[in-house]
Design a protein around this ligand. Sequence first.
Ligand code: AMP
Ligand code: GLY
Length: 431
Amino acid sequence: MKVLVYGSGGREHALSWKLAQSPSISEVLVTPGNPGIALEPKIRCLPAADFPALAALCRAERVDFVVVGPDQALADGLVDFLDREGIPAFGPVQAAARIEWSKAFSKELMQAEGIPTARFEIFSDLAAAQAFLSAVDWGDGWVIKADGLALGKGVVVCESREQALATVQDFLEGGAMGASGKTVVVEERLLGREVSAFSICDGTRAVFLGFACDYKRLEDGDRGPNTGGMGAFSPADWLPEGTAARVQEEVNLPLLRALKKRGTPYKGILFSGLMITKDGPKVIEFNARLGDPETQVLLPLLDEDLLPWLQAAQRGALQELPATGPRLKALAGVHVVTAAAGYPGTGGAVVRKGDAIHLPEALLPREGAPLEQKLFFAGVAKNEKGFVTNGGRVLGVTALAATRAEAREKAYALTRGIEIAGAQRRGDVGR
Ligand code: AMP
Ligand code: GLY
């Protein structure tokens, strides 16, 4: 088979690398990919200007199956488009991906179905939002969220009522989040520890791919601005006993039933962002895709071929495979991101491009490279001098080992070999 992965980041590097290990796959195409992914054996990167060009590319290259990585493409209806073109594609259709691209929709759905989540109200009118914030006190603070996609930047956790009032004003009146912020969700702040549950869904059934913890803030000790994610580890070894079963029964299956009932069955990866509170797991948000950088730690931990799972889910036939989900290695994984100077570009900072990247030869993709340590390429370009930075998160290193502490040591030892002027990374991933 020939498979095409759509996207260009570290997540798509991990997806294409994992799929290229499948004995059923002769070649993986990545559109557009990046110059680091292009070094992988069995992988080729090709551009496509738009969805029709992508369909034409799939036909010309005789692609059998497409896997869509990023949220924006799902929100734009790429899977619907490929369905109409008769090209099998893995990922939710636009109307099902709405659980991610509209936070207001997702909250109302959870409320209607009794899925545990933070209390909330939805506003498009500033005066109404202000009146509400002035009248109600949920105790632990407020969280203000832009309704639409915002690259992880549309959420403000507020410590005080003043901050909450200022934030709704920024979003609704100041246009701080553009069209994404024209509707806001005002939410109760939940206390607890965060974890993300990743499941493969076929419209009716869900099997776990794994649980991972992400490092969202830029700096050590969870300080600094929110980012797309500066590192991750898996498994979530601290989870209370029985959490997976509760998430399946209280969150994932009710969501699948609800979307099926509404005529938009959910096929694809379900990313349930959870807070483990003293009352059990509560949903912070749903995403309609794999996480970045969580994928870079989840997929190396998979102890079997990913392709049969994605195909079965796309066909609505997960019952053909074990209900326990794909087999995982009995190892721990830690992933450490190296980001460019200026990332994430908040507070007037500019994310710098064009810095030279110096890498140890041993980290580059090659035939027969070890599967327990892996460099993934994200915001990189190549010029006559070699690799240079070309985006926020530039590179990430994953290491697997018997314990999280060992995986962490190994990941940092490898990461220290990477040199980029002004690069930023956290020192406490996996601690
Ligand atoms: P989201 O984009 O919805 O994942 O939100 C980004 C981050 O904001 C989450 O990872 C949490 O750390 C935080 N957050 C969002 N909603 C809440 C909430 N209701 N209570 C506490 N923290 C939250
Ligand atoms: N790392 C979080 C995300 O992919 O949304």
